[in-house]
Every structure is written in structure tokens, then in C-alpha cells.
Ligand binder design. Sequence first.
Ligand SMILES: Cc1ncc(COP(=O)(O)O)c(C=O)c1O
Length: 511
Amino acid sequence: MLHGIDDAENWHQMLRCDAIGLDVEYPSATGRRSRRIYLDSAATTLRLKIVQRVLDIYQPHYANVHSNIHFAAQISTREYGWAHDMVLEFAGADPDKWMCFFVGNGTTGGMNRVARALRAQRPERDVVVTSAMEHHSNDLPHRKHFREVVHVPMEVTPISLGRVDLVKMGAALLAHEGKVNYVAITGVSNVTGISNPIHEIAALAHRHGALVVVDAAQMAAHMPLKVSGHSEDTRDLDVVVFSGHKLYAPGAPGVVIARKALFADMEPDEVGGGMVDTVFLDRYTVSERFPEREEAGTPNIPGAIGLAAALYALHKVGMDKIAADEKRLFEYALLKLAGVPGIVIYGETRPSLVQRAGVISFNLSDRDHAFCAAVLNDYFNIAVRNECFCAHPYVRDMVSMSLECVADSMSNDELERLAEMHRGMVRASFGVYNTPADVDRLVAALKDISIRGDQLLALYERLPNGNYRHRQWAFDTTKEFSVRSVVDSLLGGDPADNQVEADSAGLVFPR
Ligand SMILES: Cc1ncc(COP(=O)(O)O)c(C=O)c1O
């Protein structure tokens, strides 16, 4: 059946209002309950209802994919396999030459696997080139497994830092000619949302015999991916890694998409059940098939199926369409936030110099980032993240640069105080479900904090760990949710005494 533009528009509209948790309410320090505004999608996106619905319908058929005869195992095995097909389709990767496999712990798990595998595959190339704007997950695995990691700086624009500096990256590749195993680069920064030209970087790396490994953890939900099929094949990507929990899916299945050739003809890094054809006491033969050979043990089947559902829904709408829509929201947010008195927005923002998506990090000029995040939460029910977002060097660089800009007009003491308050940032990040009204709530809250800051500060104490705690009010998580109380209420407390409640919840105990 052919689908038209209107279908895609309707599906997009459905996804926009579809996430679980958009209408959740929490009590606040104002004494009222209000609807929470979720601006922390860069950490983890809310889950789409459509994904949960798929999982609910799948659940009765749940079985191990290593069983293969009974009906539920057939269904699970087929759909788990289809999840891999969907990943490749979503990422625009040619299934003849690229494969994908799932790992247990998100992008971090995937990056560690990639670092170990590529080191083993090309041991003579023991240097990795990366950038200074990476999440620790796209830095530390390379540091652990390679002799040297070169951190290429960002372009310095007149007012801030932009994308990675390709001239310096070229120089690093030249300086380590013949030694660079791969260039590991983020598609989109989790601190500034600045996007890097990954295909230009691929072509550059390939000219030096290096591979390109893209951290798409922040990119995949916001921009179309096209791993292969470029007019010049040097622009194709060798490896791409991302996580389900940043793509509207449950749990944290990590996804590795890679050229088959890079993972073939070598002992897989992890061994056990599922990845072998035959095992004798003195030897075993590893399966030739992908993804089996890279997925030892029982995988996270519901996680993969949930992710496949999310990817299929996004793919049906079209990532171009989603990206264009989010771009409008993002530009609106930048414009409105720029009007908050004393705000410092980090990273280059001018569209002529950088493309950005999904994430805006900032500070209020005379406020601690942790205080700001606490007040946004406690008084305005706006969920943001603060601190250094697992990208310490990048955050430090940008904060130092912004302090240098004001250093001349401040005494040393004032500067030290500001440096302490701005040892981290506040980050607002967006998903398919965010609206201009969410941005307006954030902007209004920040304006209020900048006006009433001292009054609010008097209500807080700063803890030794740098967080701020309200002196008279506290949020009790267990009043909103606790596993124990939900189980207790479903089971009716002591099973022996509460058979009626247990029965009414549809649960049956052996007596
Ligand atoms: C750019 C980037 N890379 C890697 C990661 C790590 O992802 P995960 O938590 O799924 O391991 C994150 C998480 O925030 C990220 O933003």
C-alpha cells in the first residue's frame, strides 16, 4: 500500500503526543502538583506508547531465541532477527556489507566492544584519533585499549567553540600516518548539540587508511543516518554505535553497526552459548553468521523488539521530517533562551557556522548550575540535567572560555566564585514530544530565577557534594512509586492473610 505525505504527517502528529510520562504530575515546593516538563531526553528519552503497546502485545509470545521449535520461540526468533534488519534499514546500511549486533549496556558497551575488536583486527595500528568534545564513552574505551589517543580540538570561533577542527584532524592523521586505527567521532555532542561532518571525516580518515567509528548516541534520534550508499564510497561509515534508551525504547540495548569484514575472521570478543556451531571438549567452531557470532548468551529480546518498534515508527514518519520539525523547535528555544537576562549559552550557535540538534547547555551568570537545576525541578517541575554530562574536558574548555571573556571586568575573587558556580552547566534537551509551550515554561522559570534568585537561594542549603537541598521541603520518591509498594498492593501484603486482594488483582498463590 502506498502512503502519502498526509499519512506521514498524521503519524508524526501521533508520535508527538505519544510518549508515556508526558502527563505525569509531581508535587512541588510551591505546595501544588503540576504536570512535569521533560527536558532531559539527551540522558534518556521518554518511551513511546506505541513501543509499549507493541511490547504488551508481544509479551505472551515471549520466549528465548535460542529455542527454535515451539511457536513462541519461532515468533520471538523471527522478530528478534527482524529487529536487526530494522536497525540496518533505519541507519541506511547495506545489509550485504554491514551487519549489526546488540550489546547489553548502551553505547558504552558497544564502544568497548568496538575498541577491543578493532585493536585485535588491526594490532599494528595502535593510535586512535578522536575529538576533545566526546562523551567519556567515546574516549575512555579507546584510551584503555590503544597505545595513544589523540584529542583533536574544536574550531575556535570568535565567540565560542564549534565543531571538530578538520584541519587539525588531518594534521593528526598525518603525524601518525600508518598508525591510526580509526577516528572515533560523535555525530552530535551531548553538551552543545553541535553536529560534526561525519561523512567528511570518514573521507579524511579513509585517505589515511584509518576507519571511522561514529558515536551516534545523540544523533540517531534527531537526524537521518546514512551509513552506506554515498556517491563516493569513502564517505560511508565503517562503524556506528547508539543506544535504544535515547531512541524512545525501553532499557538500554546498545547497537553496533559495522562492516562485516571488520568483525569476520577473528575470534569474537565474547564467547558462550549461541555463537558456536559445534563444541567439543578440546575445541569449538564459531558460527560464521552475523549477528549470532557477536551475540553470545541470551540477548535482551524485549529491549531489541522495543527498539525495533521505535525505529520502525520513526522510519515511517521519516527522520528528515522529524529533524526539520525539531530544528524549528530548537531555533525557537535558542531565540527565547537568548532573552533570559544573564544567560550564557555554551558552544557556537550561529547556523552559518554550526548545525546543532537536541541539546542546549547554559548557565545563569551569577548562579550555581546545581542551584538552577534544583529550583527548575522543585518549583517549576522542569526536568533538566546539570553538571558535566560525562564530557568533563569539553565542559571545562567551554566554561574556561566563557570566564576568559568576562575576566577583565572582575576581581580575582569574583572570578573564582563564578568559576566555582560554573564548574558545570544546566542542560535542556529535547525529544519528538517537546513543544514551544515547554520552551516557554523553561524560559519563564529562568527569568523568574534570575529575578528572585537571592530569595530562592535563602531557601536552599548547599551540600558537600555540590547539590542544593531545600531547607523546608523534600520530595518523597516512595509516595510516587516504589516497586515494593506496588508489589505489596498487588499481592495484598502477606499472601496468607490477603488472598482476596491477591485474587482480585488476578494473581493466584499456591496455598
Ligand atoms: C554522545 C554520547 N555518547 C555515548 C553515551 C553513552 O551512552 P549509554 O549511556 O547508552 O552508554 C552518551 C550518553 O549520554 C552520549 O550522549
